[in-house]
Write a protein that binds this ligand. Structure first.
Ligand SMILES: CC(C)(COP(=O)(O)OP(=O)(O)OC[C@H]1O[C@@H](n2cnc3c(N)ncnc32)[C@H](O)[C@@H]1OP(=O)(O)O)[C@@H](O)C(=O)NCCC(=O)NCCS
Length: 198
């Protein structure tokens, strides 16, 4: 039997929330499985609806915990009072045409919102992207319903670069634009790459 060992990248970082509480942001580890499932089950359905997987499903979270592969996805957890209050992930493919690009996702427990948890998580993920040498980080938000996410990203320097009109449907069937935000970490190698469509 072969065992693949992925080094846990980075160490826990301490942030202060806006009400001066110490919050730890650290990598997810397999033993977080139960607490992470409980965390996602505290997230309202409307906030989970746009996620690509059913994060309230025990088998889904078990698969995440068992198959942690930090070379593709770097999950960071925000911990306050010993409890998971936020989850953010930097997705990145090492090879291929998108190897220079990261994508971030973030979700915070509603009981802990508007205290700087989301901003700290996004900030940490951008810092990791910079350390990995990525050129830019993308963040997708649903217009009208994820305005807090759009605001938080823009405060950190993300800019909207495209909107896909009516691209997503909410659980009532109403269509919303998908807004794509980007944060440039380094400038493109040549001007030719910028704005090129083909
Ligand atoms: C987006 C999210 C992660 C932010 O988490 P958070 O811990 O509340 O973030 P912060 O406290 O750092 O910042 C929230 C900011 O949004 C602002 N905000 C809150 N509601 C808002 C709204 N309806 N419209 C615009 N801005 C809003 C707050 O005023 C605050 O900004 P400020 O610090 O400049 O005053 C959280 O709202 C969330 O989990 N939303 C659902 C999931 C989601 O939309 N994820 C994004 C796509 S992956």
């Amino acid at each position: 039997m072969t065992t693949t060992v992925y080094p846990v990248p980075g160490y826990p970082t301490v942030y202060l929330t806006e009400d001066n509480q110490q919050m730890i942001i650290r990598p997810m580890v397999p033993s977080d499985e139960k607490d992470l499932l409980e965390f996602f089950r505290r997230i309202p359905q409307e906030d989970r609806f746009y996620l690509k997987e059913d994060v309230t499903s025990a088998p889904v979270i078990h698969r995440w915990a068992e198959g942690l592969d930090y070379s593709r996805a770097l999950p960071r957890l925000a911990i306050l009072d010993g409890k998971i209050v936020g989850d953010g992930t930097l997705h990145h493919r090492r090879a291929g045409a998108r190897r220079h690009i990261g994508e971030v996702r973030v979700v915070v427990d509603p009981a802990y919102r508007n205290r700087g948890v989301g901003r700290a998580l996004l900030h940490k993920l951008v810092e990791i992207a910079r350390d990995k040498g990525l050129e830019k980080v993308m963040f997708e938000v649903v217009a009208d319903t994820e305005e807090a996410a759009r605001h938080t990203a823009q405060v950190l320097g993300f800019v909207p670069i495209a909107a896909l009109p009516g691209h997503v449907k909410d659980f009532c069937g109403n269509r919303h634009d998908l807004v794509i935000l980007e944060l440039r970490i380094t400038m493109p190698d040549t001007e030719e790459t910028e704005g090129s469509i083909f």
